[in-house]
Design a protein around this ligand. Structure first.
Ligand code: ZN
Ligand code: ZN
Length: 362
């Protein structure tokens, strides 16, 4: 196996250059983790002047909410509006353009994802571009009208059932993606563990959407591996790395060499952004070997696309088939391999590639 090295585009310059968004090309979608974490816990909070919770009935038909009336004016101090007000505005637009009836409820609008996802003990107050909406039964015209609502950054059409994960199950299957109808689908989840916090950006129409306890449960697995001594100063393979969450968290847990791999190009594109965004926390500088846009959607023979280094840490990033990744000489000397596939995939099939018990299903 030879590694294909195309152009080397180093991003090791010390001046902070903005990262352009892989979906919309804009410079405001992606921010360094430090900027986000510094303001995280006040980000969606009501200011002293914000109107109180509108207490809209989420299970009442729109015609009732309309009859009872609601105040949709933004806060005159901070400019934010309550999530439910944004959702009722969205519902009004959907009704106007015929993709919902007046009997529809707030629940029927879709799934709201805030732009910076973090556990909140209160309903968020939203400002410009703070919300990405995932909706069923919606067409591009309505989506275009929805992004005229200032808080709505993007509208994604759900394809298939809510339980079908977005992305690829394995390299032999067709990718399952949602459809971005309007705006931009890039958002970030703040992932917290006892090792620290990372900001993980996702192209959300093509990358698995994590809800509820999913991420904390995975962090608990890492914390257990750490306690058992499997991470500190070890070489860790994150075989199905997605946007890089587990592998990058292993760097914070003290792993000295992390190999990130995914066959899905979007996952690798997001991983590289996430290394860049979190580089001060990870204490590394990223060097790209390949122009990611030239790679196929689904990789086969693993290609090393980038390496990040610093402070005794090496992070190698591969795009390719996991089963072939483990044939590579430079990958074989790992201590532990994390296998985090979708719930619908029988991950035990992958453990046959290692007989020494180094594979851990997350
Ligand atoms: Zn964008
Ligand atoms: Zn306010």
């Amino acid at each position: 196996m030879t590694l294909v090295t195309v152009a080397t585009t180093s991003t090791t310059s010390t001046e902070s250059t903005s990262i352009s968004c892989p979906t919309c090309g804009g410079s405001e979608c992606i921010e360094p983790a430090g900027n986000i974490l510094d303001n995280l816990y006040t980000l969606y909070m009501a200011c002293n002047s914000c109107p109180p919770d509108p207490k809209l009935k989420k299970d009442a038909p729109f015609r009732i909410i309309e009859e009872e009336g609601y105040d949709n004016t933004p806060c005159n101090n901070c400019g934010a509006r309550h999530l439910d007000i944004v959702m009722v505005e969205a519902l009004a637009v959907m009704i106007e353009y015929g993709c919902r009836s007046k009997e529809a409820r707030l629940f029927d609008v879709g799934t709201p994802l805030i732009a910076i996802g973090c556990p909140l003990a209160f309903a968020p107050r939203l400002k410009n571009n703070d919300l990405i909406l995932i909706a069923d039964n919606i067409d591009p015209l309505v989506a275009e009208k929805l992004i005229d609502i200032p808080e709505i950054k993007g509208v994604i059409k759900r394809v298939g059932t809510p339980t079908q994960s977005v992305g690829i199950l394995d390299t032999d299957s067709e990718p399952h993606t949602y459809e971005l109808l309007a705006g931009c689908d890039v958002r970030c989840d703040v992932v917290a563990s006892s090792f620290g916090e990372l900001c993980i950006y996702k192209s959300q129409s093509k990358i698995h959407i994590e809800f509820g306890r999913e991420s904390p449960a995975k962090m608990q697995v890492l914390e257990r591996l750490y306690m058992q001594g499997h991470l500190t100063r070890k070489t860790v393979v994150d075989g199905f790395c997605g946007p890089g969450t587990l592998g990058l968290m292993c760097v914070l847990a003290g792993a000295e060499h992390v190999i990130l791999n995914d066959a899905w190009r979007t996952a690798i594109e997001n991983t590289l952004i996430n290394i860049e965004v979190n580089k001060e926390i990870l204490e590394v500088e990223l060097e790209k070997f390949v122009d990611i846009s030239t790679l196929p959607d689904i990789g086969d023979e693993p290609i090393q696309v980038a390496q990040a280094k610093g402070n005794g840490i090496v992070i190698d990033v591969f795009h390719g088939d996991f089963r072939k990744l483990l044939n590579l000489e430079e990958v074989d000397a790992f201590d532990i391999c994390l296998i985090d596939t979708y719930p619908s995939v029988d991950a035990t099939g992958f453990t046959k590639y290692d007989t020494t018990g180094r594979m851990v299903i997350i």
